[in-house]
Design a protein around this ligand. Structure first.
Ligand code: HEC
Ligand code: HEC
Length: 299
């Protein structure tokens, strides 16, 4: 479309342009009229190098224009765009949320492959700058999303600890030393124990372990992880009654988990991920599409 004619601002601008052009035409008419009529101007006493001040009254048309301009300015500030209840930022927010709602309506019944395609294009637009096209995190610049949610990722969290997602417990310290102290420090024993507890952790969110033995991992979980993540893994502390105490491992790597990270952001050991809720650019459906893409397609 060449112009948004149904937009109030456009309409006002159009009317204002027509008024201005009319005013200019009237002005030109009066000036030409006068030039013809008063080829000789009455001069005052003040002269300077032979140039004197004219003593003619200002033309009536100019007074009209002056009054009209003041009237228009008054209308513009008080009624057109009232200064007390209109801001550009607010209008922007309203328009953006209206478009988001329209978008979500349009795709309300999208099937999984549509969601994945949507997720992929959103990922390319918003995430590749840090996570890379493959999602692998560009050599440690950001989290490796291909491994995120797998035993490999749990194992690396056990080695390095993690922080910055806004739980009551501000950080999870590295757990490998504790596991070594309690269950054996020999290199291969420790590695096997870490794989087993990681296997147990991924079963909490309903995944099939590939590297370790969850049955062997359970006692290690109870001894080292339960204090924060709880018996059931829901992240509500040792007695399971403190909401938001630590990460809910039953949701680990699921779409809900990804949405939480997107909304909250994460300032971790690897680096800082922005909060997309603060940026305010994604609609509810777009969060879902990204979450499905990250949790199902990337890993
Ligand atoms: C001191 C409390 C504490 C202990 C003990 C603990 N965790 Fe955590 N864990 C946390 C907190 C808090 C988070 C969330 C940190 C953040 O991102 O803000 C977390 C996050 C995680 C995550 C998610 C990591 C990510 O990148 O999203 C995994 C997996 C995990 N813990 C596994 C374990 C395992 C396995 C153990 C035992 C070997 C364990 N935790 C022991 C507090 C703890
Ligand atoms: C400015 C860079 C940046 C952008 C943009 C970014 N991320 Fe991240 N993301 C990170 C960093 C850094 C981490 C690792 C934080 C840590 O654990 O230290 C991370 C971690 C994650 C995690 C793992 C969270 C966890 O619990 O460990 C997920 C999932 C994720 N990002 C998804 C996304 C998605 C989806 C997008 C796009 C909508 C995105 N990120 C955009 C930098 C970014």
């Amino acid at each position: 479309m060449w112009a948004l004619l149904d937009d109030t601002a456009t309409q006002i601008t159009l009317i204002a342009s027509v008024l201005t052009m009319t005013a200019v035409a009237v002005l030109i008419y009066f000036i030409q009229h006068r030039m013809r009529k008063d080829a000789h101007v009455h001069e005052g006493d003040h002269t300077f190098d032979g140039i004197a001040e004219g003593l003619n009254p200002t033309p009536f048309g100019l007074h009209l224009i002056m009054v009209a301009v003041i009237g228009f300015a008054f209308w513009y500030v008080m009624m057109g765009f009232p200064i007390w209840n209109w801001t550009q930022a607010e209008q922007y927010d309203q328009e953006v949320s209206a478009y988001k709602a329209k978008f979500d309506d349009q795709w309300a019944n999208a099937d999984e492959s549509t969601m994945l395609a949507m997720g992929e294009s959103l990922f390319n637009a918003n995430c590749v700058a840090c996570h890379g096209y493959t999602g692998e995190g560009q050599n440690g610049l950001a989290a490796n999303l291909v491994e995120f949610g797998t035993e490999k990722h749990v194992a690396s969290v056990i080695q390095h600890g993690t922080k910055g997602s806004g739980y009551l417990t501000p950080m999870m310290p590295p757990q490998a030393p504790t596991i070594a102290a309690m269950f054996g420090a020999e290199e291969d024993v420790l590695a096997q124990n870490i794989h087993n507890v990681a296997a147990y952790v991924v079963t909490l969110s309903g995944k099939q372990p590939k590297l370790g033995d969850p049955t062997a991992g359970q006692p290690i979980y109870m001894a080292t992880c339960m204090a924060c993540h709880g018996m059931d893994g829901k992240g509500m502390g040792p007695a399971g009654n403190i909401p938001n105490f630590a990460k809910d491992l039953t949701a680990y790597g699921t779409p809900a988990d990804v949405v939480r990270t997107l909304k909250h952001g994460k300032r971790g050991h690897i680096g800082s991920m922005p909060s997309f809720a603060e940026k305010g650019i994604l609609s509810d459906l777009q969060y879902q599409a990204l979450a499905v893409y990250v949790s199902k397609e990337l890993n």
